[in-house]
Design a protein around this ligand. Structure first.
Ligand code: CIZ
Ligand code: SF4
Length: 319
């Protein structure tokens, strides 16, 4: 505890000294979320993180999350220094969507509007017409569908088929998945629902269709937190990364949150309900990058210029 307090103190001081601000995702360690909150940074989903980083006047952004979030911050603010606690923190969706293979896929379907999820590399975004996050993906695809467009979607197949079902759009799906959400299980969730008959079920649409089908609310992380506060229930079963429970519990202190069942339990399965890459963000490596200025995110300017078009389209749509 003493060591933690000391680390936090040093981080607070260095953030000030270096005119830096901490931008953290809901899935990272609760210490980092608290620190971001209390030092004037932000704790949020990837859409808000992007917007906050872009609009903040700090010279340096320290992005506690995974690589695509750092890259998006750099693309939106090329003049800022973007640091990340661990440059190896990535995402199974990003890893499963190689830029060259993706470009070939797009080339063979030139009639389709290319919509990619935020959880992709800068190079993949550079090949896209639109980038979306889970909070606005559905609305954007619905709008494109209303304009008569056919969609090529990548990389998350579960989110893609959820949006496809909701909007009725013609969508060709890349077959990627999130290794955390893919582990949630519908059959076991049904059993848990019987044990907690009054509980409402909150599900992130990166989860498999069998889990989404049992949801009371399907939404992005921010939308699920809002539902936890606003819904008239005292118990909730939550199918997304368990890092989110920290914020849910703060926002709704008198309610009870239960993580939805996964294939393994937390003793046998390292990525069950918690992202191993988000978990690479800690107080120690955060302090280290602030001290050394190491782990800067760079995106080559040609890729950044192209990717920014797809990102800005979403930001303008969501404004
Ligand atoms: O699973 C993720 O990485 C999410 C939900 C990112 C986001 O949009 O905040
Ligand atoms: Fe990627 Fe899933 Fe981790 Fe989010 S939780 S960063 S989608 S692997």
């Amino acid at each position: 505890q003493d060591e933690k307090r000391e680390l936090k103190e040093k981080i607070r001081r260095l953030l000030k000294e270096k005119n830096a601000v901490l931008v953290a995702h809901y899935y990272v360690d609760s210490d980092l979320q608290d620190l971001a909150e209390e030092t004037g940074g932000c704790v949020s989903d990837s859409l808000e993180m992007a917007r906050f980083g872009r609009d903040h006047e700090a010279k340096t952004l320290v992005v506690s999350g995974v690589k695509f979030m750092g890259e998006t911050a750099k693309i939106l603010s090329p003049e800022k220094t973007i640091l990340m606690p661990d440059l190896d923190a990535t995402c199974s969706l990003d890893l499963g969507c190689d830029a060259e293979e993706f470009a070939a896929f797009c080339d063979s379907h030139p009639d389709r509007t290319v919509v990619v999820y935020a959880n992709t590399s800068a190079a993949v975004k550079a090949r896209a017409d639109w980038m979306v996050t889970s909070s606005v993906g559905l609305d954007i695809v619905a709008e494109l569908h209303a304009q008569g467009k056919k969609i090529l979607w990548a990389p998350d197949k579960h989110l893609g088929s959820y949006i496809q079902k909701q909007t009725g759009a013609d969508m060709l799906l890349w077959q990627g998945s999130c290794l955390v959400h893919d582990e949630f299980k519908g059959v076991e969730l049904e059993v848990l629902k019987e044990q907690y008959p009054l509980a409402k079920v909150l599900v992130h649409p990166e989860s498999p269709a069998g889990v989404v089908a049992l949801a009371d609310v399907v939404g992005s992380t921010s939308q699920l937190i809002k539902a936890a506060v606003e819904l008239d229930a005292t118990q909730f079963i939550v199918a997304t990364d368990n890092g989110i429970l920290h914020k849910m519990q703060l926002a709704a202190p008198n309610k009870q949150f239960i993580v939805a069942p996964t294939a393994g339990n937390s003793a046998t399965c390292k990525s069950c309900a918690h992202c191993p890459w988000m978990a690479m963000n800690g107080l120690r490596n955060l302090l280290q990058v602030l001290e050394t200025g190491e782990n800067q995110i760079q995106v080559d300017s040609e890729t950044a210029t192209k990717a920014k078009i797809a990102i800005d389209r979403m930001l303008d749509f969501a404004a």
